[in-house]
Design a protein around this ligand. Structure first.
Ligand SMILES: C[S@@+](CC[C@H](N)C(=O)[O-])C[C@H]1O[C@@H](n2cnc3c(N)ncnc32)[C@H](O)[C@@H]1O
Length: 283
């Protein structure tokens, strides 16, 4: 599979054709909850680190349309020493991101480049915070990619990551069957599970090569060298056409979601959202 070609098409689809799709308010709720969480974590990392005199460098790997970094640059004082770099495999997304940064008048602080995390090199110890949202599941060698990110962080730097949760019974209802009908490797099974999503047209082919659950990802992140992994809650459900119709049931799930937020029951969520820190001193 030529991933570069695929994500160029995926980016173009998202920037042009997807705009005419009927929006699903339940999917919007789920996505927005993860995105707002990452944005607020990123904003608090920036504000807590701004006290020092050195320039802060923030990256978003697999940044898609670049909206997260553009929102951040608009939220942070323009005189603050912070620069934002977005990287993505898709030419269409990168072109759109640079256009949007220009239109929003933040292009002096925000830039986007075409980049393949699995082949291209990031400078060592360059960034204070790296965000990677909904990308890990698309990569062929997750451990190697996380190691590249680890190396690109300055000591004490932070990774903010989101990726689907394979143990979410609602988004991946086939999960219990995995144990009974275990055929093929995890990548093939994850792909089968992901194909049960019907919400996206093109994302169906999007190749979720491996979908993690919390404990599995915590172990991998620790093996790479990160310390202090903290998980956060995402929406209980991913949403979709059925939930859009069943409004009362969705209202019930929203109430449950608030209770689960209160209990910080992060394993009950369609997405894994986490923050992990690179130790200040290497161990
Ligand atoms: C599901 S989208 C997520 C986009 C954005 N981060 C968000 O949360 O809205 C996955 C993104 O990862 C990018 N991507 C996939 N493989 C990549 C790679 N090897 N290097 C860099 N970006 C990659 C795709 O082009 C796509 O924009």
């Amino acid at each position: 599979m030529d991933y570069k070609k695929f994500y160029d098409k995926y980016g173009a689809f998202n920037m042009q054709l997807d705009k005419i799709s009927e929006p699903s308010y339940t999917v919007t709720y789920a996505w927005a909850k993860t995105k707002r969480r990452l944005e607020s974590l990123l904003l608090s990392e920036i504000t807590s680190r701004l006290t020092s005199k050195k320039e802060l460098k923030i990256a978003d790997i697999g940044c898609g349309d670049g909206s997260l970094l553009i929102h951040m640059a608009m939220a942070v004082d323009s005189k603050a020493l912070v620069t934002f770099e977005g990287y993505d495999l898709s030419d269409s997304f990168v072109e759109f991101g640079n256009f949007a940064a220009d239109a929003k008048k933040v292009c002096d602080r925000v830039s986007f480049s075409v980049f393949n995390l699995e082949n291209d090199t990031l400078n060592d110890e360059k960034f204070d915070v790296i965000v990677m949202s909904e990308v890990l599941e698309h990569l062929t060698d997750q451990r190697e990619s996380l190691t590249r990110i680890y190396n690109a962080l300055r000591p004490g730097g932070v990774l903010l990551l989101s990726t689907p949760n394979s143990r979410n019974m609602i988004k991946y209802p086939l999960y219990p069957l995995k144990k009974i009908f275990k055929r093929g490797n995890d990548a093939q099974i994850s792909k089968k599970l992901t194909q049960s999503e019907e919400t996206f047209v093109l994302a169906e082919e999007e190749q979720h090569l491996h979908v993690f659950y919390h404990g599995e990802l915590r172990n991998l992140i620790k093996k790479v060298g990160f310390k202090g992994v903290t998980f956060y809650r995402s929406s209980l459900v991913f949403g979709g056409p059925l939930l859009d119709k069943w409004r009362l049931f969705f209202a019930f799930l929203l109430t449950l979601d608030v209770v689960l937020d209160w209990l910080n029951a992060y394993t009950f969520g369609w997405d894994i959202v986490l923050k992990a820190q690179k130790p200040v001193k290497r161990t």
